[in-house]
Design a protein. Structure first.
Length: 524
């Protein structure tokens, strides 16, 4: 059953101190949790009522910048949000231990060696099995966590969580840097583990495969009105119920409004006749006076009845992506002819004998295991195209800060000339991407990962790029926005060269898929 904010929520019954192994206990209880931003006092979460219990595989979804990661941090340790948010309410953890996987590494974490990370371990069966699956035999190494690829970092960080033997796992965008094999491993782990898992994810396929409960966080009315939906059901079922409920609510609201309009129309007809008699026929007739009083009371009853009318459903809509329809790369135009004897970083050879030929308007996706050099290859492709191609090129790196100055505002990033027409267009496009006026002009460093990704795409749209080089383009978009982006990229008439492990993106956007291996590129 779907529970909307304002409905009766789950009843929490606590009877004294209970052991961890007692069946049915609520492991975490959240009562009336409200989270507000410090900068503009905007409410992200409003009176959240939530219990986390054994068997839960709960996903937190919502648009970019809605507070999903903030909620997860607050559940783990309220101090993690103290710099930018305040909170009210109670979070009861009932002596259960929590393991938290953050979305990004801190500077201190990047400098830790493998040995330092695993100084203390609980050698449980989950840890030993995961080590075997990841083919990691030892935790003794001077190599720093920051030196690994994103997928390799995940493996060590996830093993560290298991080494802590947590009662509950909190995972923030765990699939962001993973190859398809590791994503599928994590899916099976979540499906089979007895540990409750609460996670934030943008990966629709991953959510469908793992979640048995949904927390949907929305900010409607230009991000001024927070609402949440809690349901304990699979994702596909939730989407179907949500669409059906919204349709029913809209139908009832429209009928109530139409009926009220019809009743008020009849009332006005009767009132106008009574008013005419009152003014022109018999002002002193007691029957007429009684009728007028009755009509006034009837109007009040009709107006009071509207207090119980259903409102038209207010939902947060996905962002809109509109690439210029005039962009067109001819089918016979040669875009790229690449031949590399070796692909390497420093003295470390990653792959060899790489040959890649692209003729427009292909949409190429490169897959491969973590650490094989996909992002390195993409950067080499971009460098060669910038040197030799006459077409306009747009680039989305895996690390957005490679292109974004965190101290700059989104508007200043998009428009460097101060041109009024360009400024108006930037404001309009950012508005369609659900940026508020404040977000358009605050520091980029304050934006969420998804908002930064949107900003890079807006830049490509405004510059009418004919070649898009995209490193994991959907990695920070919500499961509601990703389908919209995939549709826009599928209809885009330029060239796309990308790295992706998003199975929806690979199916709907890519026209050609290559796998990068240590032996070279293999066409799939």
């Amino acid at each position: 059953m779907i529970k909307f904010k304002g409905d009766a929520h789950e009843q929490l019954t606590i009877k004294g101190k209970s052991s961890k192994n007692e069946r049915g206990i609520y492991m975490i209880e959240i009562h009336n949790l409200t989270i507000k931003t410090i900068k503009d006092n905007r409410t992200l979460i409003d009176h959240l009522q939530l219990s986390i219990q054994k068997g839960d595989k709960m996903v937190i979804i919502g648009e970019e910048g809605n507070g999903k990661s903030t909620l997860l941090k607050c559940i783990y340790n309220e101090q993690l949000i103290a710099d930018y948010c305040t909170y009210e309410g109670k979070i009861l953890k009932n002596d259960f231990s929590l393991g938290y996987l953050s979305q990004e590494l801190s500077a201190q974490e990047k400098m830790q060696t493998i040995t330092e990370l695993f100084l203390e371990n609980n050698w449980n069966k989950e840890l030993l099995q995961a080590m075997e699956d990841f083919r990691i035999e030892s935790f003794v190494s001077d190599k720093r966590i920051g030196d690994f690829s994103g997928g390799e970092r995940f493996k060590y960080r996830f093993l560290k969580l298991l080494a802590m033997d947590p009662d509950i796992l909190l995972l923030d965008e765990p699939t962001n840097d993973l190859d398809i094999n590791t994503i599928e491993w994590l899916e099976k782990f979540i499906q089979q583990t007895s540990i409750p898992v609460v996670f934030v994810s943008h990966d629709e396929t991953f959510i469908r495969q793992t979640a048995n409960a949904i927390i949907h966080i929305e900010l409607t009315n230009r991000k001024q009105t927070p609402k949440y939906t809690l349901t304990r059901e699979p994702y596909e079922t939730y989407l179907a119920h949500r669409e059906n409920n919204l349709l029913k609510q809209e139908q009832v609201a429209r009928k109530q409004a139409a009926d009220y309009k019809k009743q008020m129309g009849k009332w006005h007809d009767v009132w106008n006749k009574a008013e005419h008699q009152h003014q022109h026929v018999s002002r002193s007739d007691p029957r007429l006076q009684k009728k007028i009083k009755s009509l006034k009371n009837q109007k009040k009853r009709l107006e009071r009845a509207t207090d119980n009318f259903l409102e038209m459903p207010s939902v947060e809509e996905a962002s809109e992506f509109h690439f210029d329809s005039l962009i067109h790369v001819h089918r016979q135009k040669k875009i790229l002819e690449l031949s590399l004897e070796t692909l390497q970083i420093a003295n470390n050879q990653l792959s060899q004998n790489i040959k890649l030929s692209i003729i427009g308007p292909e949409k190429v996706a490169i897959i491969g295991e973590n650490g094989v050099g996909k992002s390195t290859l993409l950067k080499l492709i971009m460098d060669k195209l910038q040197e030799h191609s006459s077409l306009k090129i747009g680039y989305m790196p895996q690390n957005y800060e490679d292109l974004l100055d965190p101290s700059q505002s989104p508007i200043n990033f998009l428009v460097t000339t101060g041109d009024k027409e360009a400024m108006t267009r930037a404001f309009t496009i950012l508005g369609s991407m659900k940026f508020t006026s404040d977000e358009m002009q605050q520091k980029i460093g304050n934006l969420s990962g998804g908002q930064k990704a949107k900003l890079l795409i807006v830049k490509m749209i405004m510059e009418r790029c004919e070649i898009l080089i995209l490193d994991e383009p959907t990695r920070n978009f919500s499961p509601l926005t990703t389908p919209v982006l995939c549709q826009a990229l599928a209809q885009y008439r330029g060239v796309i060269i990308s790295v992706s492990h998003d199975r929806r993106y690979l199916q709907e956007v890519a026209t050609t898929i290559y796998e990068l291996t240590s032996a070279g590129l293999i066409k799939r």
